[in-house]
Design a binder for this molecule. Structure first.
Ligand code: EPU
Length: 440
């Protein structure tokens, strides 16, 4: 049974909220802890579904986990892990994409692994071919099994040069987590260099790894025999911060996002200012607000870091429906990230999606059947509607649309949002939103 959120929109969101550690880092640091038997402590851990899923998977392998939710401290002691019972792993099939990253650590510690079928948002095909190629090149053997796949590394894992066809975040992390204890030196070229990856490298360095990062997306990893426990404070969730910032803009509100960090949001902040949003950075966070008057249309292209992050695209599009003029967005990371635009159209937005690349970046999706560019004519007032959440970021964007629309909207499938937005219902309350939750 899902939950439906009734939203009485049209009220500016105002107040202060706290953003804790990044979903897309915390889950990976939890996997890294498995590379040693020693205790690791991760701080600033948010209470989100992805943390629960990774905790369950670690626990299924015999890892001891203690989570103090309020303090945000997660203590992980792998000790001597064992191969998890298949049924406990299968139960987690379809719940997240993180399990694929268990391959390297489990192969190093146990010589074998069983990985459940993956989940995650439906924003494109999301294959794992780059991951599997790395693992196989390093000497892993793989076979399909009901509910997942089995891997083994009878002769251990050996470093190989890796050149990624695209700077994939997950495949870069897969290579890091596999290469740190593989025999020899790995040269990884065309790697992703997102801040969450840099924080994972910091964790691995604390554990005893030797990793260097060049300016040309080349990462060199010297395999070591042994790693140790770490204590680390997770970097803030820049996607969540950008989502609340976009909500402030779309609702003509004023939100102080405690925890938000300027360094990791530079590209977003430039766009936010260009559109007409105002922000002020201090040591504790960033205040985002709508300064009054018209917002300005913009031409945006998503890209790997340091480009404009794809996960900021959807919340920003909602704000751009309120901007004066023609905005053009070219999504170059995922082929299918405009599905959420249909619901916005139903609320009065003027958005058209195109197969063509409407931008200067070279992109893998041009001249195919992927509607990966969008043109938004604004401003168009949004009106209430009944909408179904399609995926995590698209869902939050629907929520922003409902909050800025006049009238009473019903947003169903709202539980998905818990995967990546900590305590979002409480935060909406703190920002003065008029929302109520009903069981479906
Ligand atoms: N790709 C392949 N083959 C692979 C791996 C990736 O073709 O083996 C393609 C993907 O299909 C996609 C592109 O490469 O078109 C980029 O994918 P990437 O591997 O970089 O993404 P990911 O690791 O699966 C992470 C985040 C996403 C975020 C992207 C891009 C996690 C758990 N997820 O995904 O976050 O959008 O990087 O920054 O870290 C979210 O938080 O809602 C979310 C979707």
């Amino acid at each position: 049974m899902g939950s439906v959120l009734e939203v009485n929109g049209g009220k500016p969101l105002k107040g202060e909220i706290l953003v804790r550690g990044a979903k897309n880092f915390v889950s990976k640091a939890m996997v890294a802890s498995l590379l040693t038997g020693e205790t690791s402590v991760l701080r600033n851990v948010p209470e989100i579904r992805d943390v629960e899923v990774v905790s369950e998977l670690l626990a299924a392998h015999g890892v001891d986990i203690d989570y103090d939710q309020e303090a945000g401290n997660l203590t992980i002691t792998p000790g001597e892990p064992f191969l998890a019972p298949t049924d406990r792993v299968e139960r987690l099939a379809g719940s997240s994409r993180i399990p694929i990253l268990f391959c390297g650590p489990l192969l190093h510690r146990l010589g074998e692994a069983f990985i459940p079928d993956l989940g995650g948002c439906h924003i494109g095909d999301r294959p794992v071919d780059f991951h599997l190629r790395v693992l196989e090149d390093f000497g892993a053997e793989r076979s399909a099994a009901p509910g997942g796949m089995r891997l083994s590394a009878p002769r251990g894992l050996r470093a190989r040069p890796v050149r990624l066809p695209y700077p994939s975040v997950g495949a870069t992390e897969q290579t890091l987590l596999t290469a740190v204890m593989a025999r020899g030196m790995t040269e990884l070229s065309n790697a992703a260099v997102e801040p969450e990856i840099m924080d994972l490298i910091a964790v691995l360095q604390k554990m005893g790894a030797i990793i260097s990062v060049d300016t040309d997306r080349t990462i060199r990893i010297e395999g070591v025999d042994e790693l140790h426990g770490f204590t680390h404070t997770a970097l803030a969730d820049r996607i969540e911060a950008g989502s609340w910032a976009s909500a402030a803009l779309a609702t003509r509100g004023d939100i102080y996002v405690r925890g938000a960090k300027q360094q990791d949001m530079m590209t977003f902040l430039n766009v936010f200012r260009r559109i007409g949003g105002a922000f002020k950075v201090d040591d504790e966070g960033i205040r985002f607000w709508h300064p009054g008057g018209e917002l300005h249309a913009a031409v945006l292209e998503t890209d790997v870091h340091p480009g404009l992050m794809t996960d900021w695209q959807q919340p920003l599009v909602v704000a751009l429906t309120q901007a004066d003029g023609l905005s053009i967005i070219h999504e170059t990371v995922y082929e299918n990230r405009f599905g959420f635009a249909e619901a916005l159209r139903g609320m009065g937005a003027n958005i058209s999606v195109y197969r063509e690349c409407l931008g200067g970046l070279s992109c893998r999706f041009g001249w195919q059947n992927y509607y990966h560019s969008a043109v938004i004519q604004g401003p168009t007032p949004l009106h209430a509607a009944d909408i179904e959440v399609p995926d995590l970021r698209g869902g939050f964007s629907h929520l922003i649309a409902a909050l800025s629309a006049t009238g009473c909207s019903h947003v169903s499938g709202i539980d998905i949002i818990n995967r990546g937005y900590e305590h979002f219902m409480e935060k909406l309350d703190m920002l003065g939103a008029d929302v109520s939750l009903f069981a479906d």
